[in-house]
Design a protein around this ligand. Structure first.
Ligand code: ARG
Ligand code: ZN
Length: 884
């Protein structure tokens, strides 16, 4: 049971919490329990004697009492699976220490001491990929959030900031490149073919930003001149043979550096910036000071091996990690409850960057789609938490779409309310005021109030209340006055049954029915449960365009006719609102269809309206292809499920597919024409060419639903003539969902063509696991025994099992086989890599909102996992929260 989320438990009563917990339950950490650390650690020296199987670490900590904290006779140093080989205090071997669980407690008589601890670790045995681990013959680290304690004993919390000096030595042939944070101070050769390097990072940082890399790497090197005229050496380190695919990452890095100077006034602050690509990595990338470590997926890209989406992924993640240098590193987090302080803000910064690099409206639609697909389900399920959580057991479980993506939306709302200029004043003040500090979300909000001149008193609810607000909108009309009736409701979430109304900034416009024009966009704030607003001068009822640009992360229930949606889908000048109108048209119809509340005539009418709207999108030559491609995307099955109280995934899938087939058949000539036009555009990374590739695959998907035989022939031809991965993968995606010899042939060809390229072989696995093929589950089962499949590589694991878990048709197989496979898989991965295993639990956690038959089968798997002995803290927490 999760005490923190049980409403009957009095807040902040630790005795009660302890008494209610079994001794084996991992402890609940609470935000309200925060206390500053008793000691400061101004300086740290680390010495690494490197080896793949055995690395010796000597850590020397200069510590002094923290005058801002309660004095303590001991210092508590976190550890995780470590044994102290020696402990010295002020140079003398000490015995005044003890172990408390995993942690080292050292008695310290005075006000300032030097503590030296040696430890020994085995990086090759580190399959959790936290701390120091081996990957393809190299050594590297991942310390956020609590990995540093797997390297040495340390106050492993973000509010302890130290200046690091790192010396490392190892066999030169095996590890010719030795990197750490900051600047290289000295290097040299040692005995017996060893060499060493010494690094110094002048910027005080918490342990989670420490990094070390040792390996046989080569760099793509460049130079960036900062706005104040300093020269920064840039290196992107990869394995030999991969350097040809680093160009896009380097361009993205330079653009990011320039953009942050121009847009947020942030300049880089070291003479060196290193990025290292690693193939075994739990997440996307990590912003270690001056030494970002990246999943190869977000570094390597060229036209033959990466899709347009992959190119954008590289650009976005490079930017994200670079931007952390200010939002995260220069100003860090006081404790992990403040994670969104750096992540939400940095996601907003990378979103704004990508908007500026490409099409802003398209980027906005993509970001909203991610929010709705990943964050809305989180917010409406058992794992819902505020962007600033109140408690956790395992912080790794809180690197969520809520912290990241909703966190970004919350700051975006502040920006919308303030306007760009005032927002910049707020961020300037924030960086100024808190530079070098470990700050809180409250510090950020306060800086925004003071700098941007806003009153955010009520707005703070966005930090403390979980759940997606539901806003109902109704328009009435009398005489020549239109009245807008708005009401909001924030649904209950675990541990939060009663919610207060939130201030919701809503952009809207009222379209005149006759002229088809509106009189200007307005920004209103809905800050009560109900508000009515009147607008004069409308002889006829206007048509309402609401939450334009997705100005607030809410669900809108609007009382609107399908004619009005068709109007907005064709005419709205806000591209997001236009997209939204088309989505609403489709969602409305599919909900009725899934309910069974449609007779044949009504179904025909609805399909007719949607088909004409899609035809208009295909014909509208004011649209660019990239936007056209967005408008053609049908709402995802997971988003559709989200709009229903209890979802039947089987019916959702069937109705959505059937609608797609109906549109595809009705518009076969139009889709064929678009396909042929787009196919004429030669490959380049221009917006035009990328847009063409997007609509081309969209057209193929519709055609495949309506006329599989025709689409199979077209897809096979597209595969054969493809000169880039976007076209090749698009063709494969369609073929993988179809029966027939082309499917088999092209899968074999694809595999042989890219054998040995891990990132592309990942695609080969994901294409099959994510396919519309009725036998996808059987394919996944067979692929799990493929010689290229391994549980040790997170990318590979995700490409097979994450792709399956998010393939609604496969995962929700009626007999529960998909759930069983994910259950087995979680149990098998948990002992190897708990952090990644726990990431699969939320899919099963959706059981409460699924029809009873499947719901029971999903729950059964959660119970089976919960009962397994020796479960990790990560998986245990997710499973117990999911069972509720
Ligand atoms: N801070 C990293 C980022 O840029 C992610 C670190 C994730 N850590 C984890 N334990 N999941 O978003
Ligand atoms: Zn981040």
């Amino acid at each position: 049971m999760d005490i923190a989320r049980t409403p009957s438990t009095p807040e902040g009563n630790p005795e009660m919490a302890d008494a209610a917990e079994s001794p084996h339950e991992p402890a609940v950490i609470r935000r309200s329990d925060y206390k500053p650390f008793a000691w400061r650690v101004p300086e740290v020296s680390l010495d690494f004697a490197l080896g793949l199987e055995e690395t010796h670490v000597t850590a020397v900590l200069a510590v002094e009492r923290n005058p801002q904290a309660d004095a303590s006779p001991t210092i508590h140093l976190d550890g995780d699976g470590l044994e102290p080989l020696t402990v010295k205090i002020d140079g003398e071997v000490a015995t005044s220490w003890s172990m408390e669980g995993n942690d080292l407690i050292v008695s310290l008589p005075g006000d300032a001491h030097q503590i030296e601890v040696t430890t020994k670790i085995n990086p090759s045995a580190n399959t959790a990929l936290m701390g120091l681990f081996a990957s393809g013959g190299m050594l590297c680290t991942q310390c956020e959030a609590e990995g540093f304690r797997r390297i040495t004993f340390f106050p492993d919390r973000p509010d302890v900031l130290s200046v690091y000096r790192v010396r490392m030595s190892g066999p030169k042939a095996q590890f010719p490149v030795l990197l750490s944070n900051g600047n290289l101070e000295a290097e040299g050769d040692g005995e017996d073919g060893t060499h060493w390097a010494q690094w110094h990072d002048p910027w005080p940082k918490p342990s989670y930003l420490f990094a070390l890399v040792a390996g046989d790497l080569i760099a793509n090197s460049d130079i960036f001149n900062t706005v104040s005229g300093r020269e920064v050496a840039l290196n992107i380190w990869v394995r030999e043979g991969d350097e040809g695919r680093t160009g896009h990452a380097m361009e993205s890095l330079k653009k990011s550096m320039r953009w942050d100077e121009e847009t947020f006034g942030r300049e880089y602050d070291l003479d060196l910036f290193n990025i290292v690509a690693v193939s075994d990595f739990n997440m996307g990338a990590m912003e270690n000071k001056g030494l970002n470590v990246f999943n190869t997926k977000y570094v390597l890209a060229d036209e033959d091996t990466a899709t347009d989406v992959d190119f954008d992924g590289v650009e976005g993640v490079i930017a994200h990690e670079y931007f952390h240098n200010w939002s995260g590193n220069r100003v860090t987090c006081r404790d992990w409850f403040q994670l969104s302080l750096k992540e939400g803000f940095t996601v907003l910064r990378d979103q704004l960057f990508s908007q500026d690099m490409g099409s802003a409206p398209v980027k906005r639609i993509e970001d909203v789609r991610v929010l709705r697909g990943a964050q809305f389900p989180e917010d409406s399920g058992p794992l819902a938490h505020p962007i600033r959580p109140d408690s956790f057991r395992e912080i790794s479980n809180f690197y969520t779409a809520t912290i990241y993506n909703k966190g970004a939306e919350v700051i975006r709302m502040i920006r919308t309310m303030a306007g760009e200029e005032a927002f910049r004043k707020g961020t300037d003040l924030y960086f100024d005021r808190h530079d070098g500090e470990a700050a809180t979300c409250e510090d950020f909000v306060k800086a925004m109030e003071d700098g941007a001149g806003l009153d955010l008193t009520q707005f703070r609810l966005w930090y403390s209340q979980a759940g997606t607000p539901k806003v109902s909108v109704r328009l009435t009309h009398e005489g020549d006055t239109a009245t807008l009736h708005l009401s909001q409701e924030v649904p209950p979430t675990p541990g939060q049954s009663d919610k207060q109304p939130m201030p919701i900034p809503i952009k809207l416009a009222l379209f005149d029915r006759d002229s088809g024009e509106h009189r200007g966009e307005q920004l209103i704030t809905l800050d009560k449960a109900q508000v009515s607003l009147s607008f004069d001068g409308f002889a006829k009822p206007p048509i309402l365009s609401v939450n334009r640009g997705f100005s607030a992360p809410i669900v809108v229930h609007r009382d609107i006719s399908s004619d009005e949606l068709v109007f907005l889908a064709a005419r709205d000048d806000d591209p997001f609102a236009r997209y939204e109108a088309l989505q609403d048209l489709v969602v409305g119809h599919l909900k009725d269809a899934v309910d069974g509340s449609l007779d044949d005539a009504a179904r025909k009418d609805a399909r007719q309206a949607i088909t004409s709207a899609i035809a208009a999108v295909l014909a509208d030559d004011t649209l660019d292809d990239s936007m056209r491609g967005e408008l053609l995307v049908l709402p995802s099955e997971s988003y559709l499920a989200e709009t229903m109280l209890v979802a039947d995934p089987g019916r959702i899938h069937a109705e959505r597919q059937s609608l797609r087939a109906a549109i595809g058949s009705a518009l076969e000539p139009e889709f064929t024409a678009v396909y042929q036009r787009a196919s004429q555009v030669p490959y380049s990374l221009s917006a035009e060419a990328r847009g063409a590739r997007k609509v081309k695959t969209q057209a193929l998907v519709y055609l495949a639903a309506g006329n599989p035989d025709l689409a199979a022939t077209m897809a096979a031809a597209q595969y054969d003539s493809a000169n880039n991965m976007t076209d090749r993968q698009g063709a494969m995606m369609v073929l993988c969902g179809l029966e027939g010899i082309e499917r088999t042939n092209k899968l074999i060809d694809f595999y042989n063509r890219y054998k040995g390229n891990a990132l592309v072989i990942d695609k080969w696995f994901a294409l099959q696991a994510g396919s519309m093929h009725p036998a996808a589950l059987a394919h996944v089962k067979a692929l799990a025994d493929h010689p290229d499949f391994t549980m040790k590589n997170p990318n590979r694991v995700r490409s097979l099992f994450m792709a399956m878990a998010y393939n609604p048709q496969a995962f929700h197989a009626e007999d529960g086989e998909g759930y069983r496979m994910i259950g087995d898989f979680i149990l098998a991965l948990d002992p190897i890599n708990p952090q990644t295993a726990a990431r699969f639990v939320p899919q099963l956690g959706k059981w409460r909102r699924i029809e009873p038959g499947r719901s029971a089968l999903m729950r059964e798997q959660l119970e089976r996992i919960a009962a397994a002995p020796g479960l990790s803290r990560d998986t245990h927490e997710q499973v117990s929260r999911s069972l509720g």
